[in-house]
Design a protein around this ligand. Structure first.
Ligand code: TMP
Length: 238
């Protein structure tokens, strides 16, 4: 059997139900638009476990998502969506490409969250775009975009509080959304939420607990993901 789609860190598979797909978390990691590649034993399992617990929390808080259920260690069942080609990035502290673009030092607290959009295109390297680009490229209507913005801010409040209770600072993260294939008027949160797509710093020590450990060759990448999972599990169980 062939996957319907294979990305850098996931594969999407058909199921018996035309309304749902199986999303498989791979052990592969990439950075810098796929230029840097590696594979980490257990990454798929850890990201699946973290993402499943976070999606459970978000659903409980009333955020509509693609999540249906965890199938096994590296697979979840998700509602079938057409992914919007806009990535939504929310930043609470300066880091990564924000610092590169502005000359800011890392770790400056923002007065309000900074929202950014990028065009989901591996070929173009996910370039930064704005509302006018999104309208003209017909990636989303202005009404959809207002919804994405509001949803991203709500997710930021929920995730920020959640990770703080885990002793982690939510520095920034990337979200993807999709339209339900069987009801395209409905947009839901899609993709994974894991240390691959979030920057998380330990509140006490400032230690990086996310994919920057791989991007910057800091070592102990999976040890950090394990620690994030441990804390997320504890918080969900409280
Ligand atoms: P950036 O500072 O490199 O733009 O990244 C911002 C956030 O988005 C960071 O938490 C990592 C996440 N991210 C992804 O999930 N996928 C990507 O392709 C990129 C560039 C960033």
């Amino acid at each position: 059997m062939e996957p319907l789609y294979e990305g850098k860190a996931k594969r999407m598979w058909a199921t018996d139900d035309p309304m749902t797909l199986r999303m498989e978390f791979k052990n592969d990691a990439t950075a810098f638009n796929g230029e840097k590649k590696a594979s980490f034993e257990n990454k798929g399992r850890l990201n699946n476990a973290i993402s499943t617990l976070i999606y459970g929390m978000l659903e409980k808080e009333g955020v509509p998502t693609h999540f249906v259920r965890q199938i096994d260690e590296t697979n979840v069942e998700v509602r079938r969506v057409e992914i919007l080609m806009v990535e939504v990035i929310v930043r609470n502290f300066s880091a990564g490409s924000f610092c590169k673009r502005t000359g800011f030092a890392e770790g400056v607290a923002f007065s309000e969250p900074v929202i950014e959009f990028s065009y989901k295109s591996d070929e173009l390297g996910d370039p930064l775009i704005n509302d006018d680009y999104i309208r003209e490229m017909k990636l989303a209507t202005p009404e959809d975009l207002a919804f994405l913005r509001a949803s991203a801010l709500k997710v930021n409040r929920l995730l920020g509080g959640f990770f703080e209770r885990c002793g982690l600072r939510l520095v920034d993260f990337k979200l993807e959304f999709g339209r339900l294939v069987f009801d395209p008027s409905v947009i839901v949160l899609a993709d994974e939420i894991s240390p691959d797509g979030c920057r998380l710093w330990d509140l006490k020590t400032g230690e990086k607990m996310d994919k920057d450990r791989f991007r910057r060759d800091l070592g102990n990448v999976m040890e950090a993901y394990e620690e994030v999972l441990k804390r997320v599990k504890e918080e969900v169980g409280r």
